[in-house]
Write a protein that binds this ligand. Structure first.
Ligand code: SAM
Ligand code: SF4
Length: 498
């Protein structure tokens, strides 16, 4: 490593931006307490589990003990009830909408040594690259041409792709406009970020350019495992990462997202870790995570761990953990990425997921190279679902789920605690339903294939019928507004939202 990189690395971690969050020198992950909660909540009675399910159906976040009790359920009858309730909680908080996004990998340079990742610095098989400004624009054009409105930009941790580079790439992405088959302009309306933990000053740079959600996965909450899989580099600092989202809140970014990489340690422990993280954010800022992610370890180039982990999570346990996350934090978004195969994604959608990616390419520059085959030495890990956006939208419409490209929330100030209140009271779902219909109309007219359009038209008609019969919309005059906007969009206006 050259001296410039070493100098950069030395100034990234600000110890005072860890210490200020500790209580009596301790962080919020109490491992003994997690183990004890999992042990004391074993063999829960049916009545107890049913009362927990009912609490969740009332859209209340579960306590740590209640989540631990759900994690100990093995009875097939109760599990079935939990899956049904998880689907119902999703419907109550988010209706039948699924939100779409596309990832854009901007750089594979990395100073870290994560044993599960193809980008780790010791992997000499990896082709290293980061996008120039022109390449960011070209990649964004391809993503817009698919019909996407939301993007998540992803980076390794490296001085060449630091906070200034990230901020510049976000600015460029927001500027790109692409004409579609109708001659209408498409653009990315929300850019979320998945990048390494940063200082509060660096996070303010992202806030200044209009970041949507800031996402950092803790990977594993288990400290000994964390140390083992992150043997060196900036990421070896567990606490710097643990408080990344607290710092984001302090920088004014109030949509933050947590996650764990399932397969590194015991999955029940990790779910508890995610709940402790949620509780800490709620206690400190009055707002929990905007979304939770639960990637499962998939094969990465030159990574023994990614192919052979004793904590691999089975498909059955995966479905269980997704349902438990849904029941435990009813208000949060749940993201299921294209790491998973179509059949798994289709299945866990029914237990409460709210967001999907589609037409996903994770090679650096892969959208404009138009490569269909995966090349692991150019990518972080293998993906399991290569369906196009149109294919997934069509599938969802065929099972009665409407695709939403809504990005109204943050542009109307419905973020952070405002959105949490609205979600908890069920009001946000009411705005979202209308915006889903409006953005779906745009998609059907501008990007859908004839088959998707045919299925989508039927669904959108059912949605409009349901809206016109809902007293809340009639009484609040939102019905008049949505009808007016719908007509204007059908006649060619774009980006109208409520
Ligand atoms: N470099 C930044 C970081 O580590 O925070 C940005 C994120 S990294 C490019 C995105 C995420 O991919 C990681 O947080 C990790 O959870 C996930 N990931 C890494 N290797 C993986 C693998 N082999 N299978 C599945 N997910 C993986
Ligand atoms: Fe780098 Fe992130 Fe991969 Fe770790 S997970 S090696 S920090 S890109």
């Amino acid at each position: 490593m050259n001296t410039e990189s070493t100098k950069w690395i030395d100034q990234v971690i600000k110890q005072d931006e860890i210490d200020k969050y500790l209580k009596d020198g301790k962080d919020f992950i109490d491992e003994d307490e997690i183990v004890s909660k999992l042990a004391t909540n074993q063999n829960p009675s049916k009545e107890h589990i049913r009362s927990i399910i009912q609490k969740s159906l009332n859209i209340e976040r579960l306590s740590l003990d209640e989540t631990a009790a759900l994690l100990n359920v093995d009875d097939p009858e109760l599990l079935k009830e939990m899956y049904e309730a998880a689907g119902e909680v999703k419907r109550l908080a988010y209706d039948n909408r699924i939100v779409f996004f596309a990832p854009l990998y901007c750089g594979s340079l990395c100073v870290n040594s994560c044993k599960y990742c193809g980008f780790r610095k010791e992997n000499h098989e990896q082709v290293r690259k980061f996008l120039t400004k022109d390449e960011v624009i070209k990649e964004t054009e391809c993503v817009i041409a698919e019909g996407h409105k939301r993007m998540i930009v992803v980076y390794g941790e490296h001085p060449k792709t630091d906070a200034d580079y990230i901020a510049d790439s976000i600015k460029e992405i927001y500027k790109v406009r692409v004409k579609n088959q109708n001659g209408k302009e498409g653009n990315i309306r929300r850019v979320n970020v998945n990048a390494a933990p940063m200082s509060i000053d660096d996070l303010k740079k992202l806030k200044a350019v209009g970041i949507g959600t800031y996402q950092v996965f803790q990977e594993t909450y288990h400290k000994a495992t964390y140390k083992n899989v992150h043997p060196a580099g900036l990421k070896a600092n567990y606490k710097w990462r643990l408080y990344a989202l607290h710092r984001a809140m302090d920088a004014g970014i109030d949509d933050v997202a947590i996650g764990a990489l399932f397969g590194l340690y015991d999955w029940k422990f990790e779910v508890m870790g995610l709940m402790y993280h949620t509780a800490s954010l709620e206690q400190t800022y009055g707002i929990g995570p905007h979304s939770i992610s639960f990637p499962r370890l998939t094969v990465a180039s030159n990574s023994e761990l990614s192919q052979n982990s004793k904590y691999e999570v089975s498909d059955a346990d995966f479905k269980k953990l997704v349902a438990i996350l849904r029941l435990s934090v009813p208000y949060t978004g749940l993201i299921i990425t294209a790491r998973e195969k179509p059949e798994i994604r289709n299945d866990v959608l029914n237990v409460g997921c709210t967001q999907l990616d589609a037409s996903t390419k994770i090679g650096i520059g892969a959208y404009s190279e138009k490569k269909t085959k995966q090349e692991l030495e150019k990518e972080q890990f293998a993906i399991g679902d290569t369906r196009s956006l149109d294919e997934v939208v069509k599938y969802l419409a065929s099972i009665g789920k409407i695709t939403s490209f809504c990005t109204a929330g943050y542009r109307c100030g419905r973020t952070g605690d405002t959105i949490m209140c609205l979600l908890n009271s069920g009001t946000e779902g009411k705005f979202c339903k209308l915006n889903a219909v409006l953005t779906f109309r745009e998609y059907l007219d501008d990007y859908a294939s004839p088959e998707t359009k045919a299925i989508g038209e039927k669904l959108i008609k059912e949605e409009l019928d349901a809206i016109s019969k809902t007293s809340y919309y009639k009484e609040s005059k939102l019905l008049d507004v949505v009808n007016d906007y719908y007509k204007k969009i059908s006649e060619g206006e774009r980006d109208l939202f409520i």
